[in-house]
Write a protein that binds this ligand. Structure first.
Ligand SMILES: Cc1ncc(COP(=O)(O)O)c(C=O)c1O
Length: 360
């Protein structure tokens, strides 16, 4: 599929220069149709055992698609509702003790800082911060029991320091992959993290309420099972003797509607039909093009890495976003900063970037 046909899969581009996948990706029409088919069949045929079995099979299919997006094995990937859920589950799973230290960066997303603040408050764990780029050097192997940070910083688009892969040999590293999965080419097993939580609704273009969590199988035994629900149990009928699955299914969300699962799978199939390699390469190239355009227009672009987020300083970010919106261009301000952020995907084209450059 060429990039023109690919773009045509997403109805939003008929009118709008949509540059907001860092919040929610564009939804392909195929996702809506897949969800509608499931809903209609359920209404017409009822939801008996075949419905339940079909839903479980659909979950397995989505797991496989998610695994492909981060170059992992399906059995190491849990299907979750969002990035935040995966992060919170892993922080709870680590058996942290009072006095343990967690290292993070102060400008992480609330989806990560929220559960860290909770264990600080309720468990007596100490949370220390260091600048994102200096996290690897800031680790103290005697006291640091967890490093938790983003793979791609949500405000600047900077990448986590490569040296964290080395740190991960001694200290568990939890990566927030909300801006990584579906945006960048990488093999999750090479990042040095014990777990990687990501979103289905952002760069994977699925519905809100979908996400993924990769758990290194070498770590599985060291992690507590967090609130195992029916789907997480290998033999639910075992009653009080029931145990969670030995693989990442132990961390699946208790229930994600089949409609959402079907939509997320259809979205991933649209991306796969374009080609994962092409997806990552084209998004990178367009992001670089936007940076060049912004700099040529005298804008100060935030120090970033080879990601798909492009942020720049605006005198009045809210006014810039409003002006863009009035011109049919969707970008967003970032709370607590003077940045406006554009999220550039392979579904965008040069015209989107030109429309943005005209208003920012
Ligand atoms: C870096 C980062 N982490 C976490 C989140 C929260 O993601 P979710 O809504 O999937 O939990 C976001 C959302 O924007 C994000 O950018």
């Amino acid at each position: 599929m060429d990039h023109v046909a690919f773009r045509e899969q997403f109805p939003v581009f008929e009118d709008i220069a949509y540059l907001n996948a860092g919040s929610c990706g564009p939804l392909p029409g195929a996702a809506l149709r897949a969800a509608a088919d499931v809903a209609l069949a359920a209404a017409e045929r009822g939801r008996a055992m075949p419905y339940f079995e079909g839903w479980l099979a659909a979950l397995g299919e989505l797991r496989g698609r998610y695994a492909r997006s981060i170059a992992a094995r399906p059995e190491d990937v849990a299907v979750t509702t969002c990035t935040s859920e995966g992060l919170a589950r892993m922080i709870a799973a680590l058996r942290l003790q009072p006095g343990d230290e967690i290292l993070t960066a102060a400008d992480e997303h609330p989806g990560l800082l929220g559960p860290l603040a909770a264990v600080q408050r309720h468990l007596g764990v100490r949370v220390r911060t260091a600048p994102f780029a200096e996290l690897a050097e800031a680790v103290d192997p005697r006291t640091t029991k967890l490093v938790a940070c983003s793979h791609v910083n949500w405000t600047t688009g900077a990448l986590a320091p490569a040296a964290l892969a080395e740190v991960g040999r001694e200290v568990p590293v939890l990566l927030d992959g909300a801006q990584g999965a579906g945006a960048l080419r990488f093999e999750v097993g090479t990042l040095g993290c014990f777990a990687y939580a990501a979103a289905g609704q952002k760069w994977l273009c699925g519905p809100v309420g979908t996400g993924l969590l990769w758990v290194d199988p070498a770590w599985r035994e060291r992690l507590r099972d967090t609130a195992p629900a029916y789907l997480n149990l290998s033999v639910p009928a075992d009653g009080l003797a029931a145990e969670a699955w030995p693989d990442a299914r132990a961390y699946d969300a208790p229930a994600i509607s089949w409609e959402s699962v079907a939509a997320a799978t259809a979205s991933a199939d649209v991306l796969a039909a374009f080609g994962w390699e092409e997806l990552f390469t084209r998004a990178q190239a367009l992001s670089t093009l936007l940076v060049e355009g912004l700099e040529a227009a005298g804008r100060e672009v935030a120090p970033r890495g080879p990601s798909t987020l492009v942020s720049w300083t605006a005198e009045d970010p809210a006014a810039t976003v409003a002006a863009a919106s009035a011109a049919g261009v969707v970008v967003r301000p970032l709370p607590g900063t003077s940045y406006v952020r554009a999220s550039v995907g392979a579904w965008n084209d040069e015209r989107d970037l030109e429309r943005l450059l005209q208003v920012c």
